[in-house]
Design a protein around this ligand. Structure first.
Ligand code: PAF
Length: 281
């Protein structure tokens, strides 16, 4: 497995790499990331073969001033061992100064999708995501890139961005991986206290209940109220947002007539967890 620690090293490796799928990550890898790598391999196998590049870059521009950039878990050695085991071909591990050079003036902003939902809760977050993903696409020049459905809004935003900017990268959505008790896998789970880790199962339980209610024909307000009550029943959970949106474009529905996505953001201590579920009426 080739390790490229600079943009130049990545560009040099890329020249002879043939077809490439990029798996963008911020490290602290877990089985959810390995599932992205597996989907990348599957896509290559179905599309004439090629190489997988995983990027590991804790992108400072997607963290707000009061957010957990310094506390974000980092484990380079563990990450490299996992990627070797998963059959990744190359790892891009750039320094912040290599990605954000002095004097840079350009960023990428997806106007509407970047400003709603998590964009309101975390101002500037999606501008940081869109900018770094564009830069990673330009450096690695992949044919396809894998993103988790857990970050549903991020996936929608990146799809919009590649369409708007004619970026020739196919976006591969990958289903959320869950722990045995239903908690969506996330690097942030490592930062939960044992008590908060146990309490965090309330997210998937609330989603299960809401999904069943929608399948049985319940209306928007009833589902919203049930989600609120279920989350409030867990004293360690501080609900930040509950949203039920059209699954296709994240618009606000008046009624549940088409598939919707339920989006939850809940704080446990200082750790913000998100989870989502697509539900069909
Ligand atoms: O989903 C993530 O881990 C990050 O937002 C991404 C896509 C790697 C950009 O920094």
């Amino acid at each position: 497995m080739q390790i490229c620690r600079s943009t130049q090293a990545m560009r040099d490796w890329r020249k002879d790499a043939g077809q490439v799928v990029l798996v963008p990550t911020m490290g602290a890898l877990h089985a959810g990331h390995l599932s992205l790598v597996a989907h990348a391999r599957d896509w290559l196998d179905r599309n004439g073969g090629g190489r997988i590049v995983t990027s590991i870059f804790v992108n400072p521009t997607q963290f707000g001033p009061t957010e957990d950039l310094d506390k974000y878990p980092r484990d380079e050695e563990g990450d490299l061992a996992l990627l070797r085991g998963a059959g990744c071909d190359s790892v891009f591990l750039p320094q912040v100064a290599d990605i954000y050079r002095p004097g840079a003036q350009t960023h990428v902003e997806v106007a509407h999708l970047g400003g709603i939902l998590m964009g309101q809760l975390r101002p500037g977050h999606f501008r940081g995501v869109a900018t770094v993903v564009t830069k990673l696409f330009n450096i690695v020049q992949p044919q396809a890139a894998a993103f988790g459905e857990k970050d549903y809004q991020q996936l929608a935003l990146i799809r919009q961005m590649v369409a708007d900017l004619d970026i020739p990268v196919q976006i591969l959505p990958v289903p959320t991986m869950r722990e045995a008790d239903g908690l969506a896998m996330s690097s942030r789970n490592q930062r939960l206290s044992p008590q908060d880790r146990a309490a965090a199962t309330v997210l998937s339980q609330a989603l299960d209940q809401a999904q069943a209610m929608i399948a049985a024909g319940a209306g928007l307000q009833a589902v919203h109220d049930a989600l609120q009550a279920r989350l409030a029943s867990q004293p360690r959970a501080r609900t930040q947002s509950i949203d039920i949106r059209d699954a296709a474009d994240l618009s606000q529905p008046d009624a549940i007539l088409r598939p919707v996505v339920i989006l939850l953001a809940v704080r446990f201590g200082d750790v913000l967890l998100i989870d989502q579920r697509v539900a069909h009426p």
